[in-house]
Design a protein around this ligand. Sequence first.
Ligand code: NAD
Length: 355
Amino acid sequence: MFAFPPKMGIINMNKINDLFDFEHSVPFTDLHLKSDPRTGLQAIVAIHSTKLGPALGGCRFIEYPDTDAAIIDALRLARGMSYKAAISGLAYGGGKSVVIKPKRVFDRRALFKAFGAFVDELGGRYIAAKDSGTVLEDMDIIASKTPYVASTSSMSDPSPFTAHGICRGIEAAAKFQLGKDSLEGLRVAIQGLGYVGHFLAKELYERGAILTVCDLNPQATAACEKEFNATVVPIDAIYDVDCDIFSPCALGAILNDDTIPRIKASIVAGGANNQLAEDRHGEMLKNKGILYAPDYVINAGGLIQATIMYEKGSDAIAKEKIHNLYIELLGIFERAAKLHLPTNLVADHIAEERL
Ligand code: NAD
């Protein structure tokens, strides 16, 4: 569908926007492709919107079956970043980049230097951050070629900030759905104990929550059992746990036709991206009386921290802003209840109003 230009090019955006259903949403602004035969670089920068500010988003470095798959991935993720930045009240737009991982031997340093030069050519319309497949050392290499980088090894890890935002979101959900001002004694089932899930378990435990957890990695579950007195269940049993809050922190598309009927919690609030298999599953949760905290709102802590680090702010400023996710989520829950709409649709509408 798309051909990589010999060096750098901009695609006709009408062709891109025809790919997506934009009846109710915001169209993309630009898509940049770059190839560099010397290093083997094939890179994509997708910019969904710069209305609120420069587009900030991660740089993925993974293999793709073909370039079209990489471009579609970058576009979808860029749109998600716009919505996340808009709903979080940030003066940033949404973008995402992909460096297609070469199938043959390559020089990683040369590749990311060439990518850094590409980001620099865009003059600040796009700011790169770490994402799947990239490490902070790659970001440092990119930063040697351009100032438009939001995460380097000199900055703090975003995961505890993401986890803190999720904890605040869970507090907002507990207030709205259960009338509770505290998490003391509430039963939370966490799916996935990676960077985010582990920090979340720690915060919830410190607030008196009772935890049930699962992970593919037995070391991760053993650590939570020991440190936070968590009960460990097999991975498929997590959907059936009798609890107040189900917190997905591992995979996307886990809220679907098969899992929703099994959930016993009255709140779903976790950090994983793209939790709803399809938008209609938001409605399905609502019809079952389950309050859903929209994923891109509750997991925005990492993005908020990245923007503040980019502006040379401090961890304390980031934490204060992330604290306010409580108010943002409470507002969404209240508006959804008033309009009898699923919370995911209300979040989309708010983001689209701002965009
Ligand atoms: P991670 O890779 O460190 O952790 C994911 C964990 O999930 C791993 O421990 C893995 O073993 C486990 N897992 C995988 N499949 C599982 C399954 N079927 N059942 C139970 N556990 C399973 O990732 P992370 O950084 O902790 O991020 C978790 C989720 O949050 C991802 O969806 C990510 O996109 C999203 N997210 C992360 C951040 C961040 O700051 N790290 C920010 C926003 C969103």
